[in-house]
Design a protein around this ligand. Structure first.
Ligand SMILES: [Fe+2]
Length: 577
């Protein structure tokens, strides 16, 4: 979802650049601070849990040499020898795995170990040693993928964490939970933009300008790893992550992005290569097996198993996507709202089977994994909204006769969308039910997919501007938050009236979604930051803001439809070893 000013219609973001204000000064010391804070100043993380393996991660900053600090992206610093340990207990009395790895400036001194030979559905602790220093202790666990044994599954879902938009209260809340198998991040973990003028920008980005180079992307990732709330969430849980557009540039497609000017900002191909490299260095992501998979580019999409309960397919929808429909006068520059049923040329391009959101190989892989007998659930981790959503013109400031779709979502790739919807609808009941988990649109949704394809839960943004902030930005300056809340409710009501499949939609809260999976049902609990008021106009700007439970929706096994749930999930009845 773009945060850039719109060339055309509303719902495309506040005109940030037009707001008065000055950029705060960039502090070079701030970027270097965690690097100066000991060898392991960027914390620890783990990820991509399987039944017998998990990735553990850190950055080992070499001690300063000649007064020069090996700041991320600097290319400075000698190689570092790192010892790692994985234990069953926090005191490391029962160490089950240990080893030694070397890191150097070629990987920005990041360390990534795929620890194998572990027991399924088991909690572990890990730490690193180098040059006489020891890292923080990380907690992780393997997936409940235990052959034929059924285990519970519970995880947090997040997306869209723009550092400049606020503090990461959702990450702090997840870090404080003791009942999660993992955290699923569906993209926009970093944003590529520079600082925003006050009062829109709450915190400063590092570097302060739009990131373009490998050094820039490494620094931006490092800044996030140094955030205390995010560091806590990484230290306490394994994460499963996939990028969306902002990890490279806004509204990206295979050869460009809405927020990339070819030439002036270098080549998009080089920029994307550097962005992917920094992502793979700085995220606890299992390095893709490029040799054995025929694929156009890097194989980022992957699947996680949870034994007899089902599995999670994590899609990647940017690397090979066709350019968004862009026919003048509906020029969307890589995504935006465009009318349907108005210009036959637009409709034809939207339906063109040669245009893809996911390349044919990935769609075939996904279909194959949603056609397996005997497991109740198939979860799909996905970036942009999958359900067909119609935006009535009157609700968004467009001519009332128009009906709009978001060309950056699956709606902009209708051949792929209908192919997958048809495939899911055609699955016999014994093949299990599909639950699509989505981010990107900075708002909370529970949606019945058309026919009997399944359901979709959309998680709100951690911080990034949502409907409320966009609506408020279009109201006269000085409009009280309460009036903007009312206007946002009006927009939500209009969207719901035009889309009967939407069972729940909140455009105000930021936060996370808790997903709880049992053989009988999948429940989503939405957790939100407070509703803005005149006394608290921007809760995201307060470091101590907390999220609280908002509402729950569920889908019962075999129903392929949503029903309200009576309340938040209780304590787990089935805990990992
Ligand atoms: Fe986003």
């Amino acid at each position: 979802m773009t945060d850039k000013p719109s060339r055309r219609l509303v719902l495309k973001g506040v005109a940030l650049g037009a707001l008065a204000g000055s950029l705060r000064a960039f502090s070079a010391e701030a970027a270097a601070a965690p690097a100066a804070d000991g060898i392991f100043g960027y914390g620890v993380a783990s990820g991509d849990p399987t039944g017998d393996a998990v990735i553990i991660w850190t950055r080992a900053t070499p001690p300063p040499s000649g007064g020069r600090i090996a700041t991320p992206g600097s290319g400075l610093g000698r190689p570092v020898c790192v010892h790692w340990e994985v234990a069953r207990d926090q005191r490391f009395r029962h160490i089950v795995k240990r080893g030694t790895v070397y890191t150097n400036a070629s990987t920005d001194h990041t360390v990534k170990v795929d620890v194998t030979g572990l027991q399924p559905y088991t909690r572990y602790f890990y730490r690193f040693h180098a040059d006489g220093e020891t890292s923080a202790i990380g907690r992780t666990q393997t997936a409940p993928d235990d052959g034929h044994r059924l285990h519970a599954l519970r995880f947090g879902v997040v997306s869209c964490s723009n550092y400049t938009d606020g503090y990461f209260s959702a990450y702090r809340a997840l870090g404080g939970r003791d009942d999660l198998d993992f955290v699923l991040h569906l993209g926009d973990y970093i944003y590529e933009g520079g600082n925003q003028p006050e009062p829109v920008g709450v915190r400063d980005h590092i570097p302060p300008v739009e990131i373009l180079s490998l050094t820039d992307y490494r620094l931006r990732h490092a800044q996030h790893k140094a955030d205390p709330d995010l560091a806590l969430a990484h230290r306490q849980h394994p994460w499963i992550t996939i990028f969306d557009d902002h990890e490279v540039a806004d509204n990206a497609w295979d050869t460009g992005a809405g927020n990339h000017t070819e030439g002036q900002e270098g080549s998009f191909a080089a920029r994307r290569r550097d962005a992917y490299r920094a992502y793979l260095e700085w995220m606890p992501f299992r390095l893709p097996e490029q040799r054995i998979v025929p694929h156009q580019g890097i194989r980022f999409f992957r699947r996680f198993g949870f034994g007899p309960l089902g599995d999670l397919s994590v899609l990647e929808t940017r690397q090979n996507r066709s350019a968004q429909v862009d026919l003048p006068p509906f020029s969307t520059s890589g995504g935006g709202l465009i009318p349907i049923g108005f210009d036959p040329a637009v409709d034809a391009q939207l339906a063109d089977p040669a245009r893809h959101l996911v390349e044919p190989e990935q769609l075939a892989w996904l279909k194959a994994t949603t056609a397996r007998e005997g497991k109740p659930w198939h979860l799909i981790g996905n970036q942009v909204v999958f359900s067909p959503i119609r935006f009535p013109g009157a609700a968004i400031g467009a001519p009332p006769a128009l009906t709009m779709i978001n060309s950056d979502q699956w709606d902009g790739y209708q051949a792929d969308q209908s192919a997958l919807l048809s495939h899911l609808t055609a699955q016999p009941s014994g093949a299990g039910d599909t639950v699509v988990l989505t981010g990107d649109i900075h708002s909370s949704w529970a949606i019945d997919l058309p026919g009997s394809a399944g359901v979709e839960f959309v998680t709100p943004s951690v911080t990034s501007n949502g409907f409320y902030e966009i609506v408020r930005g279009q109201l006269p300056p000085g409009t009280p938050p309460e009036a903007a809340v009312t206007a946002t409710h009006g927009l939500v009501a209009a969207l719901r009236a035009a889309n009967p499949g939407i069972r729940y939609l909140d455009g105000i809260g930021h936060g996370y979604t808790l997903i709880d999976v049992t053989p009988d049902r999948v429940q989503a609990d939405f957790h939100h930051t407070p509703v803005p008021t005149s006394a608290l106009p921007n809760p995201r700007a307060i470091p101590s803001t907390t999220t609280s439970y908002a509402t729950s929706w569920q889908t019962l096994a075999g129903s392929r439809k949503l029903t309200p749930a009576t309340g938040p999930v209780g304590p787990r009845t089935d805990n990992p070893a």
